[in-house]
Design a protein around this ligand. Structure first.
Ligand code: IVH
Length: 679
């Protein structure tokens, strides 16, 4: 036995376990990121990574190039090194019409002497990246740069969780190219935080992704939730090369690199057009932005024969979707009052068609943003809409500014209640100080009843408006004092809708603690934070009296959130509100963990929103629903971004498709039964 091994008699065992863990991690990350079909829970996967991290800490010489410790980012760099691309990273020519696409095909037919078949893929709007692997290990990540020489952004690329640090099997050398992007949700969250901190928001997810990949401090990149789809195998040594692009995508996927599940082979240009139409119809449901479809000749020998110009290959073309930008005139800049009293300037626009809907408002975020973009009443502005995101003012068309255009000023008094408006030192948000502002109350009620909070359907805007203006409710707890007669007497209400609402209110009392916490609308306490608080503290009483230090000790909860929670519960009015909600019968304790058989037992469904689709071999839907509910879960009918899990039985419907698109975890009946058994 050599000296170091004598000093660490278990080093050998540790090395063996580390190797096994690396294999398991590579296997499960591929199931999760590439196949979209995980075999183990996120918690179990995290446990594997944690175990490896601990082993590496105990035996630092076991740390390899695929250590999960590299995912968190390292020391900031002074500047990027450059590195030449083995083959140039070209751009793509564009086609905007069907006629242009047909002309492109005819040129190809002339060049090749035959009609090719194709592959169509979404054109993801991010930035292109090249990754080099040697002996299966990630060696380097490069930006496109000028196409010939890229910037070495390896530490940043390592933080992108869908890019493997080690391939599913070792191949001599491999270069894959793909598109790094920021999912819409991550983008919205990032901009929300930036605005809150007085930083300029990113204009769109593409800029945000590009900015994040080119940060010198990879620890910040690690927090940006970037993602990646690979669309090309640029080099492969050590095994036979594929013959077609479609096979290349399959190979890339087999090796553990994520490809876009919406890519499709097409025998003819008619098929291509069909797929393009589908992709266009889908684009706003995807969690990433696309600006077109890329059409590629499938056979690689044909690709080689077609060749490239200095700028772009002749065998591929980007078929661009129609723009979702438009210009219109700002009629007025109104001010909206939010739940926390925050005043948001909103541009009221001359109605204009955009991405299939009529748009007449666009948010301007805050006073600073209005000033930065210099938007004035009467201006013509360029607006942009990307899916469900509220339309944004991109910029003012200055050449069309009328001489009488009026600058915006934040009002000194709340437009809803007349109370003074204050903007605190160092804050960018102006707030209404009115304790009884009807706008704040309306927004609190909306939030309280929203799907992610207590999910009180039937408490819509029109009803809220009446409840507030007739002073039937002064705060959210008053909802539980409403009676049948009062409700039935309201406009557009009758005995039936009154009874429905009362039943909904009754049902809301069974909502789990974390939803009640979220529903309170404490600043900085979103859904995830609310879950963490409920999980770690276990009751509302504990939360109300938790000192700042105890709150900060909870993972992911920072000083700002901890402070906001304290401030909220220091207000006697808020404590009184919680008391009245408790008296009304809302849950103030976390669901008792089901028979604690093993660590996480009983929690497979706790707090989870589950959707059932298809038939289950051993249970009716109703039985399945009851079993999930008995384990602290909730079953809903529709798959949305708030769904945590989809159980897919025989002959699943479109819900499965949708779940896959949204990247929601899907389990089969067998796994479902295993999860039930955990309780
Ligand atoms: S193929 C040599 N496929 O679009 C051709 N590009 O406008 C390489 N892009 O620089 C490009 N999705 O960053 C290809 N499925 C896809 C793509 C895609 C997005 C980007 C890529 C490229 C740019 C060209």
């Amino acid at each position: 036995m050599s000296a170091p091994e004598r000093r660490h008699p278990d080093r050998e065992a540790a090395a063996r376990r580390a190797e096994e863990l690396r294999r398991l991690i590579a296997y499960h990350r591929k199931r999760y990121y590439v196949d979209n079909d995980p075999e183990i829970s996120d918690a179990d996967y995290d446990a594997l990574e944690r175990e490896l991290l601990e082993l590496e800490e105990a035996f630092p010489d076991l740390r390899t190039a695929d250590s999960p410790s590299l995912r968190v980012g390292g020391q900031p760099a002074e500047q990027f090194e450059t590195y030449p691309h083995p083959t140039p990273m070209l751009s793509l020519d564009n086609a905007y019409t069907e006629a242009e696409l047909r002309a492109w095909e005819e040129r190809l037919v002339r060049l090749l002497g035959e009609r090719p078949t194709y592959v169509v893929e979404p054109k993801v709007d991010g930035l292109s990246i090249a990754v080099h692997y040697r002996e299966g290990l990630l060696e380097r990540g490069l930006t496109r740069g000028d196409g010939l020489v890229g910037e070495d952004v390896t530490p940043n690329v390592r933080t992108i969780r869908s890019i493997p640090l080690r391939l599913a099997r070792p191949v001599g050398r491999l270069e894959a190219r793909g598109e790094v992007f920021m999912p819409r949700r991550a983008f919205q969250e990032l901009n929300r935080k930036r605005l809150e901190q007085g930083q300029a928001p990113f204009a769109n997810p593409r800029n945000a992704a590009a900015g994040s990949v080119r940060l010198l401090d990879s620890r910040i990149t690690a927090e940006r939730n970037l993602d990646c789809f690979f669309y090309a195998l640029a080099a492969l040594e050590g095994e036979p090369e594929p013959a077609t692009h479609w096979e290349a995508l399959e190979r890339v996927r087999e090796l553990g690199l994520r490809t876009n599940p919406l890519a499709r082979p097409c025998a003819t240009l008619e098929d291509v057009l069909g797929v393009v139409r589908e992709l266009q119809a889908l684009r706003h449901e995807l969690d990433y932005e696309t600006d077109g479809a890329v059409v590629k000749v499938d056979r690689l020998d044909q690709q080689r024969r077609a060749g490239a110009t200095s700028k772009a290959p002749r065998w591929a073309i980007a078929f661009k979707f129609p723009a979702e930008q438009a210009t219109t005139r700002v009629r007025h800049i109104a001010v909206q009052v939010g739940r926390t009293g925050a005043l948001t300037p909103v541009a009221e626009l001359e109605p204009v068609q955009l991405g299939g809907t009529t748009v007449s408002r666009a948010t301007l975020h805050n006073e600073e943003e209005v000033r930065r973009k210099d938007v004035r009443i009467g201006d013509t502005v360029l607006i942009e809409k990307a899916g469900e995101i509220i339309p944004q003012v991109v910029k003012v068309i200055l050449s069309q500014r009328p001489p009488d255009a009026q600058a915006f000023a934040m009002p000194a008094h709340c437009p809803e209640c007349g109370a003074a408006v204050v903007r605190e030192e160092g804050e960018i948000v102006s707030r209404c100080t009115g304790a009884t502002c009807p706008a704040k109350l309306r927004e609190s009620l909306r939030h309280f009843a929203s799907r992610a909070a207590l999910d009180i359907q039937g408490l819509g805007d029109a009803l809220i408006e009446q409840l507030v203006s007739r002073r039937l409710v002064q705060d959210v707890a008053d909802l539980y004092r409403l009676d049948q007669a009062t409700l039935a007497a309201l406009e557009r209400m009758g005995p039936k809708s009154a009874a429905n609402l009362l039943a909904q209110l009754e049902a809301s009392k069974d909502q789990p603690l974390h939803r009640v916490i979220y529903a309170l609308g404490i600043r900085h306490v979103g859904e995830r934070t609310a879950r963490l608080l409920a999980h770690h503290l276990g009751s509302m009483a504990a939360l109300m009296d938790a000192p700042v230090e105890a709150l900060e000790a909870i993972p992911e909860i920072g000083p700002k959130t901890a402070r906001a929670i304290r401030t909220f519960f220091e207000q006697p009015a808020n404590r009184d509100l919680v008391r009245r909600l408790r008296e009304a019968g809302l849950r103030m304790e976390a669901a008792a963990p089901q028979a604690a058989v093993s660590g996480e037992a009983g929690s497979a469904f706790a707090g989870k929103t589950v959707v059932l689709t298809g038939t289950l071999p051993r249970h009716t839907r109703e039985q399945a629903r009851r079993m999930i509910e008995a384990r602290g879960g909730r079953v809903t009918d529709h798959v949305s971004r708030t769904t945590d899990l989809v159980v897919a039985g025989e002959q699943p419907g479109s819900k499965l498709e949708r779940a896959r698109r949204l990247g929601i975890r899907v389990v089969d009946p067998e796994e479902f039964e295993r999860m039930l058994g955990e309780a």
